[in-house]
Ligand binder design. Structure first.
Ligand SMILES: N[C@@H](CCC(=O)N[C@@H](CS)C(=O)NCC(=O)O)C(=O)O
Length: 211
């Protein structure tokens, strides 16, 4: 299998899941601006939408959309316990969380990431995103991980997204940053995540700085 990724983007989520599971997956880096791989392949031939992550399966099929990819990967090794069994209420609750992360957090960041283009809309988007993070913070008050006392694929996704909120450039960029200062449970969870071997390995493999 191959994972098409852009460093520090949402593709860090399946990257972490791959390392948690110890799967043998080739990493293919895609340039954010040119949309070409390091070998010069036009990524639009892989994904007409132009975005990562994309998982290329052994038979050449492509799987898109982070929430689908992480579930596919984790289902390859159910014994690792990175998600509940399909068809159970626990699995639907996990999918509820992935949907929340995808639409409320991931896409909630977009106006902040494109603050110059978003203009005044940033002032609407930022408090909304902060409210969503306040909810996550309260949710983490009595659990170690998003879905309880075990790490799941939802934690990998939230970790990839939360890194953006930590980024110094976002904090200063047109005052677009969001504030995690009072979110102690979120901060503790984030530090816990950074101590995981699979997270550290993924960060190193993507060439990201450890601060
Ligand atoms: N709906 C997609 C969105 C993925 C997405 O937003 N990818 C971003 C990185 S976080 C990307 O590849 N942006 C580059 C581009 O769109 O050209 C998913 O959830 O997987």
């Amino acid at each position: 299998m191959k994972l098409y990724y852009m460093p520090a983007s949402c593709s860090l989520s399946p990257h972490i899941v791959i390392n948690e599971l110890g799967l043998d997956v080739e990493l293919i880096k895609v340039d954010h601006t040119s949309h070409k791989t390091e070998a010069g392949l036009d990524f639009h031939g892989v994904n007409p939408h132009g975005y990562v992550p994309v998982l290329e399966l052994a038979d050449g099929n492509h799987l898109r959309e982070g929430p689908a990819i992480v579930q596919y990967l984790a289902d390859l090794k159910p014994e690792a316990g990175l998600l509940p069994a399909a068809g159970t209420m626990a699995r639907y609750k996990l999918q509820e969380m992935l949907g929340f992360l995808s639409t409320e957090i991931h896409k909630g960041f977009i106006p902040l990431l494109y603050a110059r283009l978003a203009g005044g809309y940033v002032e609407t988007a930022r408090p909304k995103l902060e409210k969503r993070y306040q909810w996550i913070d309260a949710h983490l008050a009595d659990r170690l991980f998003l879905m309880g006392d075990r790490f799941t694929v939802a934690d990998a996704y939230l970790f990839a997204l939360t890194g953006w909120g930590q980024a110094a450039w976002l904090k200063s960029y047109y005052k677009a940053g969001i504030h995690f200062d009072e979110l102690d449970h979120l901060k503790a969870w984030y530090l816990r995540m950074r101590q995981r071997d699979a997270v550290r390995k993924s960060i190193v493999e993507e060439g990201l700085a450890f601060d």
